[in-house]
Structure formats: C-alpha cells, structure tokens
Design a protein around this ligand. Structure first.
Ligand SMILES: [Zn+2]
Ligand SMILES: [Zn+2]
Length: 363
C-alpha cells in the first residue's frame, strides 16, 4: 500500500483544503500553468488515484488548441494515465487503496443499451477523462464508475508503459482487432507514425501481420523500422502508391489514417487493395473536421470504412494478454520521460513535427 503526503493549502476558492499541483489550461493556445488547484472530490461510485504517469497525446494538443468541442476552461488535460488508488468510494467493490490501475479515457455508465451490448465507447452518458472531466496532468485524479471502467495494471507492466493503456494502445487494438479484424499474414498500411500509429505497428506485429509505415519524417520511419515495420516509406514519395502495390502484391488489406488530415486519409485509402478495410484512427479536428473523400474508390474497390474511438474497458484482458504473451515490449515507444513542468514543450512538439516516439509525464 502506498503512502503519499497530501498538502493542506489554500485552495483556489480561498478556503482551506487539500491542494495538488496540476497543469491548468486557462486560455487556449497559451502556455499551460503549473499551479495549485483543489484536489478532486471522491465520487461515491469512484476512486481517487495518485497519478504515477500520464502520456502526452495529440488529442491533448487538440484540447490545448481549443479545437475539441468537449473542453471548457479552466481545464486540466491529460487522458492516458496509470496510478495508484488512494481513496475508495462507498459503492466501489472491485478496488482497494494501493491497487495500481489504468482506465480507458471514455468512462461509460455500465447500464445503457450500448454498455449492455459491450460497446461502452458508444455509451450515451459517457464522461471523457481530460476532456469533459479534469484530466491526469495532475497529482491526483478522480475516476467515476470505477467498478465498470477501471482495470488493474499487471505487475509486469511499469507505470510509464501503463500510461499508454488509456488511449494509444487500446485505440490501436480496437481499430485493428475489433473494427478491421486484421489477421496474420495480412498487410497493414499505417499512415502517420505518432503514438497511436506506432502502437498499431506493435499490435499488428504481435498479430503476425505485415506492416508498411508511411510518414513524412525519415527519423520517424527509421524508428518505425527499428520497432519491426516491414517497410518504411516517405509520404511525399511520388511513387509511394506504386511501391505499396508492388510490396503487397496489389494493395494493403487494412489501412489506417493515424493522424486525421486530408492528405493522410487519401494516402491510407489509396493504399488499399480491392475489398480492403479502412479505419479512421486519428481524430479529424479543427480545419480537418470535414475531409472530402473519393467515393469512386470506395465504390470501385468495394472498400469497408470504419470509425473508431477508444476501447471498452472489458477488452483490457485481451489487450494485456497480447502484450504479456508477445515480444511487443511497448516500453520501446517511450522516447522521453518528462516532469509536469515540461508539458508545454511536449505539446508544442506536435506543432513542429519534432522528434519521434512518445513523451510521458512521470510524477
Ligand atoms: Zn489520446
Ligand atoms: Zn452506457
């Protein structure tokens, strides 16, 4: 069981109370402040968690830029975390103080028609960590509906790797396994090798599929190759689609746009073979909300199109057993661990297309 010193300070409402450090977004596109805020209140059906690590995702960049309609200010972003339970609500049965835990960023209700059908990412009364709820770029976070949404983090997985199990790994797992039903020996084309693209690469290789990674950065492609991609191709290569057709013998079976822009969507779509399956994994946001699509290709090649968003918590056992039983080693994705005070640099890196791999805030 962990013990944490909790500070009694002056909370922002001017009253005495428990305070914590958090990254507080008070104005879109402006530096996020690291400041003292009131600690989260324990929900009756939830837990308070001491955050151990929280990954920095492109969706946090969307929140910071003000292009995610769910975010209202002031706001604490951060939605892929691991942590340790420090307080347990009266109605919670499956968790106790000291448990190491993870949660999908979509917190579902557990009893609507979609949750009953096992499709809790479509829950009609969902809360979203780091978007509709305060996020995990903070010392503590409250998670509601804990018995339905929270999962135990296995001993074999470190908190830093656990931080990828809130968004990028589960999003990639659902996209490939549940939506596209990617099978062994099939070709997957990944356009955009950021955090979720690289997670898709690791999952696809663990499923014994073959992978072509496409990106505009040589460094990012080299990194994808070091993680097991069969081929890495530049997105701006004029012969890109011809090369993909030659390498795959006619086109990819499954393609994902892991970024959410017009160019990446068109590239992924064009890489598909006849009867190929396309999954929109990157969130189209801001200026990229509406992306014109060549319906003639979809018609002529008889393509299937899938959207995907997050992963239901009940799929964690399958994902965790794939991680533990394969040579995936997801710790390889983490190229940078940073303190909370470096959060602005990590977000700005998405603007400048700097670096490769994933940054994780550790506490
Ligand atoms: Zn994310
Ligand atoms: Zn529901």
């Amino acid at each position: 069981m962990g013990f944490y010193r909790r500070t009694v300070g002056i909370s922002p409402d001017g009253l005495g109370g428990l305070t914590m450090q958090a990254a507080l977004l008070t104005e879109f596109q402006q530096p996020i402040q690291i400041t003292d805020v009131a600690e989260p209140v324990l929900p009756k059906d939830g837990v308070v968690i001491k955050v151990l690590a929280c990954g920095v995702c492109r969706s946090d960049h969307h929140a910071w830029q003000g292009v995610d309609p769910d975010v209202t200010l002031p706001h604490i972003p951060g939605h892929e975390f691991s942590g340790e339970v420090v307080e347990v609500g009266a109605d919670v049965r499956r968790f106790k103080v000291g448990d190491r835990v993870i949660a999908p960023f979509i917190l579902a209700c557990g009893h609507c028609v979609h949750c009953d059908a096992g499709e809790s990412t479509a829950c009609s009364t969902q809360d979203v960590i780091g978007f509709t709820l305060p996020g995990a770029f903070a010392e503590f976070i409250a998670v509601t509906r804990a018995d339905f949404n929270l999962a135990h983090l296995p001993e074999s997985i470190s908190p830093t790797v656990g931080a990828s199990l809130g968004c990028r790994m589960p999003t990639a797992y659902r996209a490939l396994v549940d939506r596209a039903t990617l099978r062994a020996d099939e070709w997957l084309c990944i356009v955009g090798t950021g955090g979720v693209g690289l997670s898709a690469l690791l999952i696809a290789k663990a499923l014994n599929a073959k992978v072509i990674a496409v990106d505009i950065s040589d460094k990012a492609l080299e990194f994808a190759m070091s993680l097991g991609a069969d081929h890495g191709l530049r997105a701006d290569d004029p012969d890109l689609q011809t090369k993909i057709k030659t390498l795959t013998g006619g086109g990819a079976d499954v393609a994902i746009d892991a970024l959410g822009k017009q160019s990446t969507m068109l590239c992924a779509l064009a890489s598909l073979s006849t009867l190929g399956r396309y999954v929109q994994v990157g969130m189209p946001a801001g200026k990229s909300t509406v992306l014109p699509m060549p319906m003639d290709q979809i018609y002529a090649k008889q393509l299937s199109l899938h959207g995907t968003r997050g992963m239901p918590a009940h799929r964690y056992p399958s994902l965790l057993s794939l991680i533990e039983s394969s040579q995936m080693r997801p710790e390889r994705l983490v190229t940078k661990t940073i303190g909370l005070d470096k959060i602005n640099d990590a977000l700005q890196a998405f603007d400048q297309n700097l670096g490769f791999g994933v940054s994780v805030v550790v506490f």
